[in-house]
Design a protein around this ligand. Sequence first.
Ligand code: PHE
Length: 347
Amino acid sequence: MKQQLEQIRSQALAALDAAETPAALEELRVSLLGKKGALTAVLKQMGQLSPEERPIMGQVANAVRADIEAKLEERKATIHAAVLEQKLAAEAIDVTIPGDAVVMGHEHPMNQVLQQIKDLFVGMGYTIVDGPEVELADYNFTKLNTEEGHPARDRSDTFYFTDDDSVLLRTQTSSMQIRVMENAKPPICILAPGRVYRKDEADATHSPMFHQIEGLVVAENITMGNLKSALVTVMKQIYGQDAVMRFRPHHFPFTEPSCEMDMQCHKCHGTGEVDGAVCSTCHGEGWIELLGAGMVHPKVLSGCGIDPEKYSGFAFGMGLERMAMGRLKITDLRLIFDNDVRFLNQF
Ligand code: PHE
């Protein structure tokens, strides 16, 4: 019997040493120490022993059980530690791995150019003003000497809100001329950038919504020379000292005389052709119209309570998108509004 017990002990310890999982340990515990286990089976034979042998075998059996239990505890602790270690290794966070970079955007190219233009005019003493995009026809047309029936008021060109055509989306920032002159006395020197709306089909140089930058200077002795010098100064800052510009006579109801200023097309350099085809940026014109301008019409001044005998003024309205296209060498206006990051990333 002693031999049997020794055998159980050595086999049990070896089996426990080889067990790798908590489940295998539990299985061994049951098969060794359980009711139907090997040790119990041996102990059941104790009855057959002589009274002298019984306590001695009892001692041996207890020692075997104690050894097995100690080994069980030891293996349990070891396996538990190993499992924990594995789990920690599997779930470990490597703080040294570089993180996912957060891509920062940047100012939209149009805002970059707008900011530059604003800075230049502010540097020359202009004040930036802001006004409504939903505008009264009075401010957008009537007080700008654009009477009823004028083609610019046509429903096919203008987004109206009301059946009587009295409220609209402003078609030009020139409405700001009136809003400023009604509320301020000369000297006036303001810049009014903002969105304007026209029923235009989108193409390389048109969009139903675009931005204008209105300028208005009213004081004593303001001349067309002041207008030209202000515009040429700014354009040379933006496009470089060798930029080519031209002034053409034009007509606006609210300025007299009126003109438009063009810049030589940056794509075809004024030839109107690219690789034998008509230049798509300037439609073969060789020039890109940047702005309308002129001397504020005396009727507009007096309509706002400013004496045209005493004061004169100039006004201009430039197209921001066209300015940006020339500045950033963008050949299609629609790209500015698509907001494709592959395009925007270039600026
Ligand atoms: N508002 C005119 C336009 O949109 C431009 C302009 C502004 C002309 C100021 C003269 C003076 O075409």
